[in-house]
Design a protein around this ligand. Sequence first.
Ligand SMILES: [Zn+2]
Length: 197
Amino acid sequence: MDRLWAPWRMRYILKNKENRQRKKGGCFLCDALGADNDRKNYILFRGRHSWVVMNIFPYNNGHLLVVPNSHVPDFNGLSSEEQVDLMKFTQASINIVKEAMEPQGFNVGINIDAAAGAGLPVHMHIQIVPRWTGDSSYISVFHDTRVFPEMLDETYERLKPYFEKLRSQEPVASSQESGDKISRQDQRTRSQKAGNR
Ligand SMILES: [Zn+2]
């Protein structure tokens, strides 16, 4: 196996979770977002329109999901502002994992609907998978095994401070985005917003 990004495998990995969801007709993402125990649910960040959580059935160490607050199956259910927010925190998450874990590359993608391997087709999410040269052999060993909780905890501890820093840099409201301390990232966000209009 040379390629790690095999979306059909996500269906297998998420099968149990998916079956549970189908049985009760719920959404584990909305459940996690609605709960107040971010550590237990491996939630790293809550933004205005989207949030970041670790995939507890990861392809690789540091596998994150960037999720819109809105329970929608794809981009069509999101406003321009929500779409920008989602992309902004996808970008930020990639930068954080890059800094904290020093991967050599990333796979970033969305599985839309069950045929594409979406484990939870009712609530879209962007997957961020850090890659290291030669990691596919590691994954082939672990892909059908739930990663040890200790490893998830360790990664959570490693990433959390970076997301706390991101949180502290976030404006409380978008109207406060103007000012002297606009980062390059925010400037790009703003031009994207302008482009959406
Ligand atoms: Zn949901």
